[in-house]
Design a protein around this ligand. Structure first.
Ligand code: MFK
Length: 599
């Protein structure tokens, strides 16, 4: 039989990423004022169309970057060649205002929601182009807060521009070989040139020398870099933040790649995000300008981290959005049972996809909860309680979305059987790319320590408790009755968090932070889902919609892992020296003779 003659699977239609999404539009209706919703809704309908008809085809043609370090005459040129798709995707994102919307602030405090909703539609087709844009956004925020007048005029305006021909992008250089996440080991130094006397003035010119181990926006125009301006013994407290032009003079037309002493040592050979030009860089006499106070570099760059971490969460969520859309679309066309039924008619299959849907919806509620707070903080309309909640939530949202989205994406892949494992469906790439979210911009363990750092603010827990109390007291009597058991269970889970966060930093047992982050994420998400169910009860005319949102809350509390998260915290709280010793034995076994000899 010729291959064209046998059975041919009917192709699936992923459909419009916004209109066909089961959750996004309702969530936006809840969180946005009516007029803003109308504007955002219209933009998302138009943009979603652009994703499927134009952006997806551009993304499918992307190829990895190439580095040519020397020309035919032996001159060092460091010519980093990215593919046309990468450049086009970046330009489209700039024109669409992925960064700009958030600084034009036409929708006030809701501008962040607008941009992140757009990103959500494009993530699965963007080849991780939001990575450099996230750092561009973060750098814009740092310059908005700490930049000199000159930096604002010359750089900030270009970072937030919609004109792709003249817009800048920014990188962020923190990581170095000795410490990785631990920047206290930074080797890069910043020294004042002989002609410059005042080094602590914002904008002061310094000379950087060192080696940056991960630069994910190597094709950018500027970067924010940490470098040492004080004694090594002061660790991260003697690091300052610098704005580095990648080329001098700084302009989009300057192609002289080594003109500011920035040398691309090699491109990284990564497991995923292969289109992103991540590289190792050496800085040799590189000109740079002080941003923010001297020796307060970590604090100053934390605004970048807190923004890029939400982009990371959006990347996890957006990858899952697309994987789930493909799995749903396939269930509509794949016949089973000798051709008598469709896959979508099979309850066992649908039950598995319902678990994916629950996770997707829950992560979306958690994510947009944080995005709303960020928008309010940036527009100076946030209360002190909201600022504290955002500080607690940012590391949690990034870590939890990374942890849960990949597992759910695996289910989406399996929902297509062997076809899902084929590269052409794109789910494999989504998994590979989104796996990095567990690592870059802070691993889950680093983020759990950051949560503990944020929770050590004595006002953080009261702020969080006031928010949850507010939701609990607004549950209408109908829902009180139908959700009695999960509500009681949620309250008992919340008291566990209260006990954890009221411990002083030093009295938190060493194994607690990571399970504490997971528990905190489960509980916060449950409150977000409850808030949504309450809103549905009050605003949605169809009973079935109220029932579905209440059911999502119930399943999240009773079936999705909250109980297990509580158990993990209990185990970590009780862990003594013996358990830690047993962990060592389970992982490494008895010390081998070689190890003993080394000691
Ligand atoms: C599609 C999306 C793509 C996303 C783009 C990805 C690009 C990928 C490229 C990379 O991976 S770049 C490198 C990523 N590296 C990291 O994310 C670093 C991980 N390490 C940490 O996050 C550490 O927690 C950190 C370096 C931030 C802290 O180190 P330290 O030296 O232990 O800081 P310390 O002394 O605790 O804090 C210094 C100050 O900063 C303190 O304030 P005070 O001086 O007032 O007490 C902290 O409270 C404050 N701080 C730290 N983290 C903060 C923060 N403030 C606000 N928010 C935070 N997150």
């Amino acid at each position: 039989m010729r291959v064209e003659e046998g059975f041919q699977q009917c192709p699936y239609d992923e459909q419009h990423p916004y209109i066909s999404d089961p959750l996004l539009s309702t969530l936006l209706q809840r969180v946005l004022p009516e007029q803003t919703f109308a504007l955002v809704n219209e933009d998302l309908i138009r943009f979603g169309e652009r994703v499927t008809t134009e952006i997806r085809h551009i993304a499918d043609r992307a190829t990895p970057p190439v580095l040519i370090q020397y020309d035919q005459l032996g001159r060092r040129i460091d010519d980093l060649q990215t593919c046309e798709s990468w450049r086009l995707l970046k330009a489209i994102a700039q024109e669409e205002g992925i960064v700009a919307i958030q600084y034009e602030r036409k929708s006030g405090a809701y501008s962040r929601v607008h941009s992140f909703a757009k990103q959500l539609l494009m993530v699965g087709d963007c080849q991780t182009v939001f990575c450099p844009l996230s750092m561009t956004d973060g750098a814009a925020r740092v310059l908005e807060l700490e930049g000199t007048q000159g930096m604002k005029q010359e750089i900030l305006s270009k970072l937030v521009s919609r004109d792709a021909k003249s817009a800048f992008t920014a990188g962020q250089w923190m990581t170095e070989r000795p410490g990785g996440s631990d920047v206290s080991q930074t080797e890069t130094t910043a020294t004042l040139p002989p002609d410059c006397k005042q080094g602590d003035v914002p904008g002061a010119r310094y000379i950087l020398n060192g080696f940056k181990w991960f630069s994910s926006a190597t094709d950018s125009h500027v970067a924010l870099a940490l470098a040492r301006t004080g004694p090594v013994s002061s660790g991260s407290r003697s690091l300052s933040l610098f704005l580095v032009p990648l080329r001098l003079p700084l302009s989009v037309s300057n192609r002289d790649n080594t003109s500011n002493g920035v040398f691309v040592h090699r491109l990284k050979n990564k497991f995923g995000t292969q289109i992103v030009p991540t590289a190792e860089l050496s800085l040799e006499g590189t000109e740079a300008y002080l941003v923010g106070p001297l020796n307060r570099g970590v604090k100053t760059i934390s605004s970048v981290l807190n923004i890029t971490r939400l982009y990371c969460a959006c990347d996890s969520l957006g990858s899952l959005r697309r994987g789930f859309a493909i799995a749903r679309a396939y269930a509509y066309v794949r016949t089973i049972d000798g051709g008598k039924q469709l896959l979508r008619d099979n309850p066992v299959h649908t039950a598995e996809l319902a678990k994916v849907s629950l996770i997707y919806g829950a992560l979306m509620q958690l994510f947009f909860g944080a995005v709303l707070l960020l928008g309010r903080v940036e527009c100076n309309v946030a209360s002190e309680d909201e600022k504290r909640r955002l500080r607690l939530l940012t590391p949690v949202v990034k870590a939890f979305c990374a942890e849960k989205a990949v597992a759910a994406l695996e289910e989406c892949m399996a929902a297509l059987g062997g076809l899902g494992y084929m590269e052409e469906t794109g789910i494999g790439r989504l998994i590979r790319d989104s796996l990095v979210e567990k690592i870059w911009e802070g691993t889950i363990t680093v983020l759990s320590l950051d949560l503990m750092r944020a929770a050590s603010d004595p006002e953080a827990l009261p702020a969080y408790t006031r928010w949850t109390d507010g939701i609990l007291t607004s549950v209408p009597s109908g829902l009180q009755e139908s959700l009695h058991a999960p509500l009681e269970f949620l309250k008992s889970a919340r008291s566990m968090i209260t006990n954890l966060f009221t411990k002083s930093d030093s009295s938190v047992p060493s194994l607690v932070p990571r399970p504490a982050l997971m528990l905190f994420a489960y509980i916060t998400t449950a409150f977000d889902l409850l808030e949504h169910a309450i809103w549905s009860d009050e605003n949605r005319p169809r009973r079935i919609d109220v029932e579905v949102s209440a059911e999502a809350f119930r399943r999240w509390v009773e079936e999705a892992g909250l109980r297990e998260a509580m158990e993990s915290v209990k185990v970590a709280l009780a862990a003594d020296g013996h358990r830690i010793r047993m962990d060592e034995m389970l992982v490494y076994g008895e010390k081998t003779r070689i190890e003993k000899a080394r000691l």
